[in-house]
Write a protein that binds this ligand. Structure first.
Ligand code: 13P
Ligand code: ZN
Length: 272
């Protein structure tokens, strides 16, 4: 069967286009990786046939034999829909976790995103929390990025600002958001730091760069980022005006408890 008809490929392609249209993925900005099962992939691609191999600079052995559909390095989200085989690749982690095999895609000879360490290390952590975990997504969401220039880079403070900026936030990401200082991107160092945040959060902000989101589906990871991004937009729009109203800690607590959200209690003040 033609892989271009595969539901997983169609959904990822659609997601890239949506993210591009939202202005989150200028040029080659951003990347996505989605874990797939052998039974999903087998009708379209021979999973035993490796086209070429790429050596990793970190240990991916906890993901041994796992399959991922990944965006390519240097590839524009704008162009994914027009030419998936050129801009995406289907990869399999080797048994020893030291390399990946390309099974399909990256047809110009390039490889997966330069942020593979952050993706794979985040997958490892999120899978240890939830066996259904599948997707890691990175983009340069405009307002979240802007907010990192004007807001303290502290998990609790950042989370509280986002929670207060829109009623649904504490329900959608009750665990909050992790915030990293500026670290050189494309390195294993930023990959390790991102994965450490992913132990507590499904959203990790990279100061002056962008955001990582993790979820059980493309919709979930995308929905997390778009909810945080919307809240960041409200924060930025209300930054230099006299705010008359807010959502109080008491109201945030009421929201979380009404929607049975397992929220970070220490991110709210004790005083009722
Ligand atoms: P890649 O093109 O290698 O995926 O990098 C884009 C990016 O956003 C780096 O952080
Ligand atoms: Zn980036």
């Amino acid at each position: 069967m033609n892989i271009n008809e595969a539901p997983f490929l169609k959904e990822l392609v659609q997601t890239c286009s949506n993210m591009y249209r939202l202005g989150w993925n200028e040029r080659n900005g951003g990347n996505i990786s989605m874990r797939l099962t052998v039974s999903e992939v087998e009708p379209y691609v021979d999973v035993t046939k490796t086209l070429r191999r790429i050596v990793l600079n970190f240990d991916a052995s906890p993901l041994a034999n796992s399959l991922f559909l990944v965006t390519g390095t240097g590839k524009y989200f704008k162009n994914v829909e027009r030419n998936p085989v050129h801009n995406l690749g289907l990869i399999r982690v080797a048994e020893d976790g030291a390399s990946i095999g390309i099974l399909w895609g990256f047809s110009d000879g390039d490889g997966p995103t330069s942020e593979l360490s952050a993706h794979f290390r985040s997958h490892i952590v999120r899978l240890s929390r939830d066996k259904e975990h599948r997707v890691v997504m990175h983009c340069h969401a405009t307002n979240l990025l802007a907010m990192t220039y004007v807001h303290p880079l502290d998990d609790r403070a950042f989370t509280r600002s986002l929670w207060r900026a829109s009623t649904e936030c504490i329900v959608v990401f009750p665990e909050g958001v992790g915030v990293l200082p500026w670290i050189l991107c494309g390195t294993d160092e930023i990959g390790r730091a991102t994965a450490r945040k992913m132990e507590d959060y499904r959203l990790c902000i990279w100061a002056q760069h962008g955001i990582f989101g993790a979820g059980n589906s493309l919709d979930e990871a995308f929905g997390l980022i778009e909810t945080a991004e919307k809240a960041a937009e409200v924060c930025m729009k209300t930054l230099n005006v006299a705010c008359l109203n807010t959502i109080s800690d008491e109201q945030l607590r009421l929201l979380a408890e009404s929607f049975k959200a397992d929220y970070r209690k220490d991110f709210l003040s004790d005083a009722l």
